[in-house]
Design a protein around this ligand. Structure first.
Ligand code: SF4
Length: 296
């Protein structure tokens, strides 16, 4: 059995930066909380909890659930970014915070806040309610539409024809969105509209990871995706792999122990979401290699 690992598996720069921000905050004497789970990875989050890092989901949790005073904490935000109103609340309440928003997400914020702010509508290719999409939408003051695919965009167009045909718009995407879907949307918009400015905000790391995953999935008769069910970029990798071969999403190597007959496969590919530490990927790889050796 051959085991192939994507060269892009392991933390992306944004996830690494977010975890480093928490590590740096821990060097201070203040209590450290993260606004949501710092990354979608149970082992990392559990380890930080053991070291005293609490998770809050809103600023009121600080006083109501944790009994913390604003002045004694450092809040670390996630790489997905935060909404404009949360940012204002942090500032207005003089809460010390470390902004771990990934620079790629920040770039989208800048486009929305400065480059396209006078446009009449914004189209965001992404998942509604995803924190990154909420952060992007919150920074645009005119009409904003979030959609997941071409069908949803057409539905939006059918209900807002006058706006689309007479006003100026802009298009951005959630950084980790499926490249293939983005390309379809760009093609559609370029053909149909001259008044919509297009900004490619898909992060390069996502692009490379998706491409490398697809290459491996084409060769493999079984793919293992290491990551979390809550991680949007991980689920996109599962979607890509499923097009080519049988695919399993696992949180850790231990999940593989429940699967029989893995040695029936000739080529197993491994890829991982951007919040999965490389150590976990190696554990999955080593487990599969050990199965293969024991089977000789
Ligand atoms: S996937 Fe890209 S945009 Fe998202 S955190 Fe990682 S580097 Fe940043």
């Amino acid at each position: 059995m051959e085991v192939i690992v994507s060269e892009y598996a392991g933390f992306c720069s944004g996830a690494k930066r977010a975890v480093d921000c928490v590590e740096n905050a821990l060097k201070d004497t203040r209590k450290v909380v993260t606004l949501g789970e710092i990354i979608h990875n149970t082992q990392v989050v559990d380890d930080l909890k053991l070291r005293g890092v609490n998770i809050i989901y809103s600023l009121t949790d600080l006083s109501e659930k944790l009994n913390y005073m604003f002045k004694e904490v450092t809040v670390v935000t996630r790489s997905h970014g935060i909404t404009e109103s949360i940012e204002s609340d942090l500032k207005n309440n003089r809460i010390r915070y470390i902004d771990a928003t990934c620079p790629f997400v920040k770039k989208t914020h800048t486009i929305v806040q400065y480059k396209v702010k006078h446009r009449d509508f914004l189209l965001v290719l992404g998942t509604k309610m995803h924190p990154e999409v909420e952060g992007i939408s919150s920074r645009f003051k005119n009409k904003c539409f979030v959609f997941r695919n071409l069908q949803e965009l057409e539905e939006i167009y059918n209900s807002n024809q006058e706006l689309f045909d007479t006003k100026k718009g802009a298009l951005v995407a959630q950084t980790t969105y499926l490249i293939e879907e983005w390309q379809k949307i760009v093609e559609y918009i370029e053909k149909k509209f001259e008044n919509i400015a297009i900004f490619d905000t898909i992060c390069k790391v996502t692009d490379e990871r998706q491409k490398s995953t697809e290459e491996i999935a084409k060769k493999a008769d079984f793919m293992v995706v290491v990551g979390s069910h809550q991680s949007s970029n991980t689920l996109k990798l599962v979607e890509i792999c499923n097009k080519h071969t049988t695919t399993l999403l696992v949180g850790s190597w231990e999940d593989l122990q429940k699967i029989d007959n893995l040695t029936q496969f000739n080529v197993i590919g491994i890829t991982a979401g951007s919040s999965t530490p490389i150590e976990e990927v190696r554990r999955v790889q080593n487990y599969l290699i050990s199965l293969s050796k024991n089977n000789i």
